[in-house]
Design a protein around this ligand. Structure first.
Ligand code: HEM
Length: 458
């Protein structure tokens, strides 16, 4: 793990020694990039426009999630540590950076074995994330990704359509039944769209795929609730405790599946583990942990953000209702316009001195890739501030990343989104916000762009 002082000194060194320095790096002043702050998310389109005007790479401060014991103590104590990053914010450069193997996802990549050994231990609750696909480089990344890739390819996901449709209908049936039990009738029935629909849909799908037993799902949902962006010390402690319990639950579930395998992904991974030296116990835990969390925390926001985007752009909603085959367009344009991941929370580390757009990136520098900013780059998308569900080329957004870490679950998220939007507006054409749009506040779980609550009438 890098420490902040090391990060900062690496950046300063590049300025001082001038070696290979080509361009002065513009600085994004007066802003801390902090996607876990609702006020930041509300302003970020303007902030990114300002950054883009300065150049494809700017130096910026950011608020990192606590990555080691020291950082965490300082967060718990209420100090807001910030780190220096080189923020890549134009589309072309961001896409190229995602493909550049000189930028490592493994935060240890630039360290010698001795330096690694001397790093403070990763807190137990973060270990499954830190050792996951997201933070690995080849060859380990390649080996592990190969194991799970086939289960998530477009064909495998298409086969899931009927099941996803059924879960979608069951959730909407339930919302109707609950409204009827409260004595409400259309079009004045109420629901919190996130709680009743956007959250349970992807969480049920991924739980089914992994083979999490029905009777455990409530407990698992409580333990896996990611509130890592919440800075209340009590909540932070509780989240840590839950994540540790979640890992322990999974280890115990693996034991059960070893004894009685099922037709599910966890059983298949256990089988792969037993068949050869393909993944060890620690990797199995990380994989399942990541799939469960990544499998729903992001998609809930795709659904919520898309519904709000449509409801606040009535002309787009009218077009969609007139032509439901535009569901694909709704998904792609929502990902471009309000993608759940504003920027990659885990910075990339430069493994060697390099350059991006003429800016020198010294070895060890922390590079942050601005997906949300790239997706609003006017050089790539005409009128990027407009929400247009029939935009040509919307699918070129990089909301799912790119390159070797391209979102494994992208085909699944796309299908879930398409079915969700199509079914929701077909069954409830009067769906509308129950509160003024201006009162909605950003702030999805885990520092993602999304809404915690979405009161609607239907
Ligand atoms: C709208 C929904 C989603 C969005 C916006 C999203 C976004 C992303 C992004 C940006 C990355 C790349 C991270 C990087 O380059 O460091 C990523 C990776 C990943 N995503 Fe997603 N994701 C979504 C849904 C899902 C789903 C449904 C699953 C699983 C079922 C999933 C599993 C993963 C995994 C395993 C990785 C790591 C891939 C690797 O490192 O090789 N995601 N996702």
């Amino acid at each position: 793990m890098t420490t902040l002082s090391k990060e900062t000194s690496a950046l300063h060194a590049s300025k001082e020694n001038g070696r290979g320095a080509t361009k002065e790096v513009p600085v994004l002043e007066g802003v801390v990039l902090d996607r876990s702050d609702p006020a930041f998310l509300a302003r970020s389109p303007e902030i990114y426009a300002e950054a883009r005007a300065k150049g494809p790479v700017v130096r910026a401060r950011h608020y990192p999630f606590p990555r080691d014991e020291e950082e965490r103590k300082s967060v718990v104590a209420g100090n807001r540590p910030t780190g220096d990053v080189l923020f890549v914010n134009h589309y072309e450069e961001a896409a190229a950076a995602l493909l550049d193997d000189r930028l490592a996802s493994d935060p240890y990549a630039r360290m010698t074995p001795e330096q690694r050994a001397n790093m403070p231990p990763v807190p137990e609750e973060l270990r499954p994330i830190v050792y996951s696909l997201l933070m690995l480089d080849p060859p380990d990344h390649t080996r592990l990704r190969k194991l799970v890739q086939p289960g998530f390819n477009a064909r495998a996901m298409e086969a899931l359509r009927p099941r996803i449709q059924r879960i979608t209908d069951e959730l909407l049936d339930k919302a109707e039944r609950e409204a009827a039990a409260r004595g409400e009738s259309a079009p004045l029935r109420q629901m919190d769209l996130v709680k009743a629909f956007a959250y349970p849909l992807p969480v049920t799908v991924i739980s089914d795929m992994l083979g999490i037993p029905e009777e455990d799902r409530e407990t698992v949902a409580r333990l896996g609730e990611l509130r890592i962006e919440n800075r209340d010390p009590v909540v932070m402690q509780e989240t840590r405790k839950h994540l540790v319990e979640f890992s322990r639950y999974l280890v115990e579930l693996f034991e059960r599946k070893r004894r009685a395998p099922g037709d599910d992904m966890i059983s298949q991974m256990i089988q792969a583990q037993e068949d050869g030296d393909k993944l060890n116990e620690k990797e199995l835990l990380s994989m399942v942990f990541l799939l469960y969390l990544a499998g729903h925390v992001t998609t809930v926001n795709l659904i919520g953000n898309g519904v709000v985007a449509l409801l606040t752009h009535p002309e787009q909603l009218a077009r969609f209702k007139a032509d439901p085959t535009l569901a694909k367009g709704v998904v792609e344009e929502t990902l471009r316009y309000w993608g759940p991941v504003d920027y990659l929370g885990a910075t990339r580390t430069a493994k060697e001195d390099m350059e991006i757009a003429g800016v020198s990136i010294p070895k060890g520098a922390q590079v942050m890739i601005g997906l949300g900013s790239a997706n609003r780059d006017p050089a790539q998308f005409d009128h990027p501030e407009a929400y247009d569900i029939s935009r040509e080329g919307a699918h070129r957004h990089i909301a799912f990343g790119k390159g070797i870490h391209l979102c494994l679950g992208a085909p699944l998220a796309r299908i879930e989104g398409q079915i969700a939007f199509e079914t929701l507006f077909r069954r409830f054409p009067d769906l509308r916000l129950a509160v003024p749009a201006e009162t909605l506040r950003w702030g999805g779980a885990a520092g993602l762009r999304g809404f915690r609550e979405l009161p609607v009438l239907f």
